[in-house]
Design a protein around this ligand. Structure first.
Ligand code: 5CA
Ligand code: ZN
Length: 481
């Protein structure tokens, strides 16, 4: 079989929605729009992603906490820009039993306003800084844009949020660099190439001094933001009175940052690595790395199931997540199809001839290639192939991403890109908000921002295609999810 990626690209939306259900990721039939049920297989993949994030948090000295899901209205209302950004998306709790509440409660859309009055109690002295915590929780956003499973949901059930406080701007900047490094390690672990941009003023997180976002390009050429880092400067510290005592006894507001991700990471994985046969999971997060399928033959004296079981045991002893598909009454072809849909990276097949010859066949999900190996070599070969699959997935995704970033100089050229392959268009920009907004309008696309760090975004000798003045930056535009 050959790798086909036609439907994957042309009918991405349908392909994606179907796969979420057929591959056992989520059930979308729960009677609230934008709130879905995690199915066991999908949850196992997500848990593997989370485990990596948790490890990274430990490695970088963040401590895990859990805050209540409800926030009093009075706390929520302390930072003006934050309220303005979220008030249209908030779910309210107004009653307890039959009685209206004196102070309304809201379901957290993110946890700044839940956490920061506690920060002002916890942080006293310069020795308490940097202060670094994180939680992985459900948050609720009444999204008004089209909802899609994992991509845009109203109950984000795996919201990862890190919140930090620092003595000065420089240390907060160091934190943003650390967040980006963590994100980069995570992206490598998921074989996901990405781009990172500093958001324009008009699209930064409500209450932030600046925001940075990481994007992937989806099969249809639209981008998906899968991670964000924000430097709040002292905006929230002033609103929530978070101060510390310096070495000289002065009282200063802390500088704060946040870093957020969600189940969108899983959406990106499914979309970026998939093909017309279903998901293709990187071995790092696949709940089943190798499925072993015995191929019985009538009247054969060889016990293929026992042979396959032996292989599974050996793989497991070697620390590989292996599964024996010994379901009866289902033909091997049907089994292959099921596991291909679920994206299991490697499949080992063994029929009577293999038992007789002391061999096994290993098939790769990413390329549909097969090799026959000696029975004793199975574990080594599986290990080697898992590394190859990882490298190939990353490389294929990198080529796709790079093939979908185009640098042009005029609005006309940019429009052509959006009509053709789509993806990300890079244009010179003078840096004026009005030009940026009008280019968004003309292109019917969003400005993702300028390449980050800012030094890499600066250009000379080009004209802003909208106003004709000297361009200062490269600005990226895309149709987004
Ligand atoms: N407080 C900050 C940092 S934790 C914050 O909430 N940032 S955010 O709004 O950008 O969200 C962080 C990440 O959550 C986003 O980058 C995106 O990957 C994910 N996310 C945001 N909204 C949704 C949604 N409705 N469904 C799924 N994931 C979402
Ligand atoms: Zn301009």
């Amino acid at each position: 079989m050959k790798v086909k990626r036609e439907r994957w690209q042309r009918e991405f939306s349908e392909w994606y929605n179907e796969l979420i259900e057929t591959a056992g990721i989520q059930d979308k039939r729960y009677p609230i729009k934008g709130m879905n049920i995690w199915l066991p297989y999908g949850l196992r993949i997500m848990r593997n992603i989370e485990a990596f994030i948790r490890n990274e948090m430990e490695r970088t000295n963040h401590e895990e906490v859990l805050f209540p899901a409800l926030i009093p209205e009075t706390e929520f209302q302390k930072e003006a820009e934050h309220i303005a950004g979220f008030e249209g998306e908030v779910y309210w709790v107004t009653h307890a039993g039959l009685n209206p509440l004196d102070i309304k409660l809201l379901l957290r859309p993110t946890s700044e306003t839940a956490m920061y009055s506690m920060f002002s109690l916890w942080i006293r002295n310069h020795a308490d800084l940097p202060f670094k915590i994180y939680q992985i929780v459900n948050v609720y956003r009444y999204e008004t844009k089209h909802t899609r499973p994992l991509i845009r949901v109203r109950e984000i059930s795996r919201f990862f949020e890190a919140h930090t406080a620092h003595r000065d701007f420089e240390d907060a900047e160091r934190q943003i660099r650390e967040d980006i490094e963590i994100f980069d390690r995570l992206a490598k672990f998921l074989a996901l190439p990405y781009i990172i941009s500093k958001r324009p003023e008009w699209d930064k997180f409500p209450g932030a001094y600046y925001s940075v976002g990481a994007e992937v390009v989806m099969p249809d050429g639209r981008t998906l933001q899968i991670g964000t880092m924000h430097n709040y400067k002292q905006n929230f510290a002033r609103a929530y009175d978070i101060k510390y005592e310096t070495e000289t006894g002065d009282h200063e507001y802390v500088h704060q940052t946040t870093f957020g991700m969600s189940e969108r990471l899983l959406a990106a994985l499914i979309a970026v690595h998939g093909d017309d046969s279903g998901m293709v999971l990187p071995p790092t997060i696949a709940p089943i790395q190798v499925v072993v399928v015995p191929i019985p033959k009538k009247d054969s004296p060889y016990d293929v199931v026992a042979y396959a079981r032996g292989i599974v045991e050996e793989l497991r002893n070697a620390g590989i997540r292996a599964h024996l598909d010994d379901r009866e009454g289902i033909r091997p072809g049907r089994k292959f199809y099921d596991w291909e849909l679920k994206g299991v990276p490697l499949r080992v097949e063994a029929g009577p001839k293999d038992v007789e010859a002391g061999k096994a066949v290993i098939a790769r999900r990413d390329k549909f290639e097969k090799v026959t190996v000696e029975r004793e070599k199975v574990v080594d070969e599986v290990r080697r192939l898992m590394d190859e699959v990882m490298a190939h997935l990353y490389e294929r995704a990198r080529e796709f991403l790079e093939g979908h970033i185009k640098r042009v100089e005029t609005i006309e050229e940019a429009k052509e890109v959006f009509e053709d392959r789509r993806g990300i268009v890079e244009l010179p920009w003078c840096g004026e908000e009005s030009c940026g907004l009008e280019m968004e309008e003309e292109l019917d696309a969003k400005m993702l921002g300028i390449p980050y760090p800012e030094e890499t975004a600066r250009i000379e000798g080009k004209k802003c295609p909208h106003c004709g003045r000297e361009a200062k930056f490269i600005a990226r535009f895309a149709r987004t999810y």
